[in-house]
Ligand binder design. Structure first.
Ligand code: SAM
Length: 220
């Protein structure tokens, strides 16, 4: 098991892994593979199920996430990627925003033993509505396939991201505009983020793991 990309992420036989939280030993979140090496348990990180794993395998710069980072995650769904970030930021906190009540019900159950994850049933279009729960964060992650996804990211970054910190927005080209090419859709999002004062650090496409998706790494 070799450390790669950033602290808390490992590679073995071309697959990525994160180290499972001690209190979650033996617990799977999405039927991932568990491997024990020298008393530590590692969870395989599937790039076909998690766009962050896809972006890392495709060579994106390591996001500056540390063990004690505070993370705001928009579009948590049932917790696949959330669970790996929870492994990485094992001594930090991760606010997981999701607006589907059905998904949040699964999320709460799946994150039951993960004391660093705070599931929040809320619409990311209205960051004010979770201001009583969420404090300022070191990293912002968004995976929301909505036409106005760039706006959602900007508003949350302006409200919650600490100055100089970074975030990743996962862009699904087809949810921006089906009449333009994926590259044009990514450019549309990039232009909007720049207009709103965010700096673009890197853009990485996610194929072959996700078709017509890109990860955009930004700083505020
Ligand atoms: C592609 S899925 C996320 C997958 C997840 N990030 C993962 O890797 O495990 C997108 C999620 O965003 C949620 N979503 C869409 N619009 C939202 C909004 N305005 N606020 C909060 N969640 C939203 C959807 O309900 C869905 O669960």
């Amino acid at each position: 098991m070799q450390p790669v990309h950033m602290p808390g992420v490992y590679k073995h036989q071309q697959k990525l892994f994160t180290e499972n939280l001690t209190e979650c030993k033996g617990v799977k979140v999405y039927n991932e593979q568990l491997r024990t090496v020298k008393g530590k348990e590692f969870r395989s990180w599937n790039p076909y199920r998690s766009k962050l794993a896809a972006a890392l395998l495709n060579g994106i710069q390591a996001p500056p996430i540390k063990q004690d980072s505070a993370i705001l995650y928009l579009g948590a769904a049932t917790g696949t990627t959330v669970s790996h970030l929870s492994d990485i930021a094992c001594g930090g906190i991760l606010y997981a925003i999701e607006f589907s009540p059905v998904a949040v019900k699964h999320l709460v159950t799946a994150m039951n033993k993960r004391i660093n994850v705070v599931p929040v049933l809320a619409d990311a279009n209205h960051p004010d509505r979770y201001a009583a729960i969420v404090s300022s964060v070191d990293f912002l992650y968004q995976d929301i396939s909505q036409r106005n996804q760039a706006d959602i990211f900007v508003h949350n970054a302006q409200q919650y991201l600490k100055p100089g910190r970074r975030g990743i927005i996962m862009v699904k080209a087809r949810s921006i505009d089906v009449s333009i090419t994926p590259k044009q859709a990514y450019q549309h999002v990039i232009d909007h983020l720049k207009e709103q004062g965010l700096k673009i650090i890197e853009v990485i496409e996610l194929s072959p793991y996700e078709k017509d998706h890109a990860a955009i790494l930004v700083s505020i």
